[in-house]
Design a protein around this ligand. Structure first.
Ligand SMILES: [Zn+2]
Length: 161
């Protein structure tokens, strides 16, 4: 299992062959996640198993785990967020089959095309991000260069975002 990861995945074929893949993407290689990140540090590990369920539908189950540096919305400093999420996907060629989706499964719209592995993993990582990132124990810096933070107009502006 030391071979290079496939760039694209044919979910139907992978499911038929019960493929399993695992690997790691650096945050820097995931553009959308990188846009949310405070620093380039971090990575997203994944382990995915492809299978056909008892109705012959192509499914993906697995997990992501990693970390990404976000911006604490209280002190505006980087905060490490531990990413962890389970993956439960069902391949759908188009949205007309959405109503067939089991309740605990997310759709993976393939339009009959191979799926880019990095996109799949990145989508799951984005879902695992918090709505608001905060240090678990955070107090705004009291020794700011400009003195009292309440006197810093930029700090006020940023807080209102
Ligand atoms: Zn903070």
């Amino acid at each position: 299992m030391s071979g290079a990861l496939p760039q694209f995945i044919d979910v139907e074929r992978f499911a038929a062959k019960r493929e399993r893949i695992e690997g790691v993407f650096a945050v820097t290689s995931l553009d959308r996640l990188m846009q949310m990140a405070a620093t380039p540090d971090g990575e997203v590990g994944f382990a995915l198993a492809f299978f056909r369920d008892d109705q012959g539908r192509s499914r993906v189950t697995g997990a992501i785990q990693g970390s990404v540096m976000l911006t604490c919305q209280r002190c505006l400093q980087p905060v490490r967020h531990e990413l962890a999420g389970s993956v439960e996907l069902m391949a759908l060629a188009d949205e007309s089959a959405l109503s067939d989706l089991p309740g605990d499964v997310e759709p993976l719209l393939t339009e009959g095309q191979p799926v880019r592995l990095a996109d799949l993993v990145e989508d799951e990582a984005l879902l695992a991000l918090p709505i608001v990132a905060l240090h678990p124990q955070c107090s705004p810096p009291s020794h700011d260069k400009s003195g009292n933070e309440d006197g810093n107009p930029f700090a006020v502006l940023k807080r209102k975002e």
